[in-house]
Design a protein around this ligand. Structure first.
Ligand SMILES: [Zn+2]
Length: 168
C-alpha cells in the first residue's frame, strides 16, 4: 500500500527535515497571506511562489473552490492567526472541468442510494471559478471587510499566472 510508502519516507528523513525547517517558527504566517489552490498533484505552491515553511497558510481542495469550509478556515486564519490577504489560484486543465455537477451527483446517488448535501462545484472555466470565489470572499459577512483578495489562473504547462479580475 502506498500509505506504507509515505510512512517509510517519514522515517527515512521526512520527519527530520520538517522538524529542522519548522524550528522556531510561530503559528502566525510571516507573510500574513492565505493561499487557496487546487489539490492537483502537479502544483507545488511553495516552489511556485518561493515560499518557505512559516510563510503562509495553504488551503487546497478540488478546484481551489471557495466552499463553506474554505470560508470557515479563512475566518479562523484571518481573525485568529493574523493573515490579511488571500491569493486564489485555479489552473487550466483542471479535473473539475471533466464532469458536471449533475453528472457527478447522479453518479454518487447511484453508488450511495442518496444524494450528497453538498454540490461538487465543477466548472468549465477556471477564471470564472476564481472570480466567483473572489466575489464570495469579498461579500462574506464572517470575513474582515479589509481583507485583500487576488485571484489567478495558473497555466499547468508553462506555470505562468494570469490575473482574474472582477468587474469594478
Ligand atoms: Zn485542479
Amino acid at each position: 500500500m502506498s500509505n506504507e510508502e509515505l510512512l517509510r519516507r517519514h522515517d527515512a528523513g521526512g520527519r527530520a527535515r520538517v522538524a529542522e525547517a519548522a524550528a522556531g517558527l510561530a503559528a502566525v504566517p510571516s507573510l500574513h497571506v492565505a493561499v487557496l489552490t487546487c489539490m492537483d498533484c502537479r502544483i507545488d505552491e511553495h516552489a511556485l511562489f518561493g515560499l518557505e515553511p512559516g510563510d503562509v497558510h495553504v488551503l487546497r481542495n478540488a478546484g481551489g473552490v471557495v466552499t463553506d469550509d474554505v470560508v470557515r478556515s479563512l475566518a479562523i486564519s484571518q481573525r485568529k492567526l493574523g493573515t490579511r490577504e488571500v491569493l486564489i489560484v485555479a489552473h487550466t486543465r483542471c479535473g473539475m472541468s471533466t464532469f458536471t455537477d449533475d453528472e457527478f451527483t447522479e453518479e454518487l446517488a447511484q453508488h450511495a442510494g442518496q444524494v450528497p448535501s453538498w454540490r461538487p462545484q465543477a466548472f468549465d472555466d477556471p477564471a470564472t471559478n476564481v472570480r466567483r470565489g473572489m466575489t464570495r470572499l469579498r461579500t462574506d459577512p464572517f470575513l474582515p471587510a479589509e481583507m485583500q483578495v487576488r485571484g489567478f489562473v495558473l497555466d499547468i504547462e508553462t506555470f505562468t499566472l494570469t490575473e482574474a479580475t472582477t468587474p469594478a
